[in-house]
Design a protein around this ligand. Sequence first.
Ligand code: GYE
Length: 311
Amino acid sequence: ATILAACTFGSASAADLVVGFSQIGSESGWRAAETTLTKQQAEQRGIDLKFADAQQKQENQIKAIRSFIAQGVNAILLAPVVATGWDEVLQEAKDAEIPVILLDRTVDASNDLYLTAVTSDLVHEGNVAGKWLADTVAGKPCNVVELQGTTGSSPAIDRKKGFEQALSGHDNLKIIRSQTGDFTRTKGKEVMESFLKAEGGGKNICALYAHNDDMAVGAIQAIKEAGLKPGTDILVVSIDAVPDIFQAMAAGEANATVELTPNMAGPAFDALAAYLKDGKEPAKWIQTESKLYTQADDPMKVYEEKKGLGY
Ligand code: GYE
């Protein structure tokens, strides 16, 4: 099937390509930037991009994929909202000889059901955040609250796992509360308010770990409204490196973030082009970088740089 697909599309130039993109929604600033950049990258390459916003629902993504298959697109980009439940529809795409590339999240399915996955090492990101916190508190007792991403999504599962790995062996650090904030600012604020209330107004909390910057930004607001200083009274570490978190860092209200590039489509389209040209299978995982930023990294300068990059 692989060889056949390669032959079928072997003569197609980028300009002839039609690619369907099933996007999760726009829950975070990072996600919105990914959408912008995917559209830009497609345009630059003359790819006709069919965009479908799933409004956070897997059933909508499955419908979108089936519709892309029915339209006979040349390839499909999928940012899978949750990790499980993809086998059937991915098999349908495979049977139709339409390569699927996963963007930014992984799936619990056999890797021969997709061409490649362009993602960061999501466990490593959690690990970097946890290690930063362990190093920063340097043995002092510290109660941590955790805002998890969307339940059942690979980044929520993996960022939790990686963070816990970094904390193991540091008995001074304890996760005392952990709940989903669904990767949104609104929920991040709401859940942080409930954490603060449950923990003596926040006096028992030493640090917040949020699975993305947007939830951290919401939580920072909650911490301020509770009369505490985010970044000082409660340390704040999160993931994504969206412009707003650098503003918060510059104001001393956030402490660290792990960068995730919103340009997942560039490497995805490169791999796709090579595959369609000569049938060359890319590696199953195209890994993007994960860099730690702290208040020492000139946050306002990074903020300005980020602003032009899809945000
Ligand atoms: O970190 C978060 C987004 O799937 C890795 O999804 C991505 C995450 C990203 O909503 O902001």
